[in-house]
Design a binder for this molecule. Structure first.
Ligand SMILES: NC(=O)c1ccc[n+]([C@@H]2O[C@H](COP(=O)([O-])OP(=O)(O)OC[C@H]3O[C@@H](n4cnc5c(N)ncnc54)[C@H](O)[C@@H]3O)[C@@H](O)[C@H]2O)c1
Length: 436
């Protein structure tokens, strides 16, 4: 679901469009006035405009913006922000070619570039879509919640212990303020998955005795460094390969698998983990300093274990799958199928199919219209911490508890947000790299 970006130039929209839009939504409205209109039941008639902004105009952000526009006829995309103008422009060009293009009303003075772009976008909207690299998520969501804005929040939601702690506080504040937070952990919005996890929770396989999850895939994109780029620009453009930005691929990608194990456990997290990992194939400088494989075992107090692995190496077998084993049977989660221990199928999902990415936005905007609140903050933060905890175990070679990971003092933030020199950290070495 990553729409292809296009570089085809499109003339910038004139400010007349924005004026027309503001007139059509009856709003010479200030942010405060519109925020007030977001009070429960304000949208009951389905006739009000909901202003949406995008922060992080890459593949996923562009997709999320298109899905928000499709979710509700009253949605208008009115502001966009990115660290780079070219990324913003190509996303905007793309959105202006989609079916809902008439509702893309981002005029020149609502296209924000730089590290503080998020503030300007959030100030201008009712709902913000946060789709930058995950390092920035706590900073961006905190501002959104403080300003009283609803949010769609891509996974993962932090890269280190301090970020996770901030996130737990922010989602609690959102709960108190009755703001909706929909997570980009999209499988939670997939009908077949929802039915499968209902079966697990209702006891069809008895008590869970073990789980296995894999995100073994090929390598992802890499952006070649250009001579004019500072270290900071190169790292942000090539963000997958720097732990401070992505959390490493166990956090950035495998969080989807770990979140499903957390879901099976009704969002009760494991107490400790141990694991291994390394960097065998992607050793060139363009791959920064992250690993290309991890294998982590998570443990629950009753001894139940989750055997988890992820790999990003070309030329190897792909295996993206999740399996839950119980006293009465086992679940092939991706096939939405349950077997007894003789191998007979005892349940299979045969219901309707959906586009989970679209459903995320359908449910987000439906909740806003109804004056209801969705808050996915608890599980999105816990599954992020599960992934960070696994990374910590592999990087250090130590057994790591949930409490240790949560209370870790290791803050991966750069010294400042500017186009500075930023040396690449050394590759973590188990037994040598300390737990901090
Ligand atoms: N749910 C899913 O299935 C799914 C799929 C893909 C990506 N994602 C997640 O979405 C997020 C974005 O991934 P992507 O594939 O779109 O990456 P991307 O590189 O295509 O887009 C990220 C964009 O954010 C911009 N950016 C970086 N720092 C910024 C900042 N401080 N402020 C504003 N903009 C900034 C970048 O310039 C870039 O345009 C990641 O967290 C990723 O894990 C989720």
């Amino acid at each position: 679901m990553r729409p292809a970006a296009t570089d085809r130039p499109t003339p910038a929209r004139s400010s007349t469009n924005r004026r027309t839009f503001l007139k059509s939504c009856g709003a010479a409205a200030t942010t405060a006035a519109l925020a007030h209109r977001l009070a429960p039941a304000a949208y009951a008639a389905g006739s009000d405009i909901i202003r949406v902004g995008l922060v992080g105009c890459g593949g996923r952000g562009t997709g999320a913006a298109a899905q928000a526009l499709n979710a509700d006829p009253g949605v208008r995309l009115v502001a966009m922000g990115d660290t780079f103008k070219d990324r913003l422009q190509s996303s905007l060009n793309n959105l202006r070619q989609q079916a809902a293009k008439d509702r893309v009303l981002v005029d020149d003075d609502h296209q924000f570039v730089g590290f503080d772009a998020y503030k300007h976008v959030i100030d201008a909207v009712d709902v913000v879509l946060l789709a930058t690299p995950p390092h920035f998520r706590p900073q961006h969501l905190r501002y959104a919640v403080e300003q009283g804005k609803h949010a769609f929040v891509e996974k993962p939601v932090a890269v280190d212990g301090p970020g996770v702690r901030k996130m737990f506080d922010i989602v609690e504040l959102a709960r108190q303020k009755k703001l909706t937070i929909v997570s980009g952990l999209c499988w939670r919005y997939h009908y077949g998955m929802r039915a499968t996890f209902e079966q697990i929770h209702s006891g069809t396989i008895g008590e869970i005795t073990a789980m296995q999850c894999s995100y073994n895939t090929r390598g992802l994109w890499v952006r070649k460094r250009q001579p004019e780029w500072s270290d900071m620009e190169w790292q942000i453009r090539n963000w997958l390969y720097f732990t401070w930005l992505s959390g490493d691929h166990i956090v950035e990608q495998h969080v989807h698998s770990l979140d499903k194990t957390l879901w099976a456990m009704q969002d009760q997290p494991p107490v400790r983990c141990s694991g291994t990992g390394g960097r065998q194939v992607r050793t060139a400088p363009e791959y920064g300093h992250i690993y290309d494989h991890f294998a982590i075992v998570y443990e629950y107090p009753n001894g139940m274990k989750i055997f988890s692995r992820c790999r990003q190496q070309n030329g190897c077998a792909v295996d993206v799958s999740d399996h839950v084993f119980g006293t009465k049977g086992r679940v092939d989660v991706f096939r939405h199928t349950i077997y007894d221990w003789k191998g007979n199928v005892i349940w299979k999902y045969r219901g309707s199919k959906n586009n989970m990415y679209q459903t995320e936005h359908d449910e987000l905007f439906a909740a806003i219209r109804k004056g209801e609140t969705i808050n996915n903050g608890d599980y999105m933060t816990k599954s992020t911490l599960m992934a960070i905890m696994g990374r910590m175990a592999a990087y250090t070679g130590q057994n790591i508890t949930w409490e240790q990971a949560l209370n870790s003092q290791q803050d991966l933030s750069p010294p400042e947000y500017d186009w500075i020199d930023l040396p690449v950290p050394p590759v973590a070495m188990p037994g040598i790299t300390p737990f901090v």
